[in-house]
Design a protein around this ligand. Sequence first.
Ligand SMILES: O=C(O)CCC(=O)C(=O)O
Length: 248
Amino acid sequence: MELKELTTLELVNTVPLDKPSKEKLLAEMTARLVSSEDEPELQSLWKHFREVSSMKDIHDDFALTKKFLPPHVADHYFEHLLQHVNWHKTLMSKENQPVEINRKMAYVYQQPVMYKYANLQLPGDTWSDNHMQELKDLRDYVEEKTGYRFNSVLLNLYETGKDEIKWHSDKEVQLGEKPTIACLNLGATRTLHFAKKGEKDMKIPMVMENGDLLIMGENCQDNWLHAILPERKVKEPRISLTFRWVYE
Ligand SMILES: O=C(O)CCC(=O)C(=O)O
């Protein structure tokens, strides 16, 4: 089996260790997979771990595909979206008061709607609006490669490492009961942190590089909180595209 086919979680899910040790191992594995993908030592570790499989409960919650988009394609989309998306720094509360958020957001759907996010209103654009065709092509590509359907995308722009999204799970009513969400990372590397609900020691740092795609599976929002925490050393912008199916 080729090392590049494996995800960090696949590696760690199969290790019979207590939770704090698993957490430490995950952090190490994430760092090592990112820094050297074809390290022979890691390959033999993987083979060993495969033989002692356990922890099935978290196995289906995430699937990370490194370099889902090759770097030059990811760079192209990053520049295009940075320039052409209708980014919002201020959202409106239910009482019609402006609320400044600690990143920028945008929403694209099949018709003009307000996306309800944490009790705030985010105005949406449509797939047919100017310059959104490329985003639609990207959505189609993600659908084709993953086998999931997505009628909308929520975009986040983190201009520097100071920008963040606080701990939450995506439980908005319009996402339905068990949403599958595909999260594509463009631009700067940031860590998407996961914390298992009800198990304070179970934390997973998922390092997301330019072009990486993370599928949050159907139980992910029930089982985990996630966050992008501030990383002061990061000076470059990052865009995340979170493709979703939204019910009317
Ligand atoms: O930027 C990310 O990777 C995470 C975005 C996120 O948590 C969300 O849109 O709910």
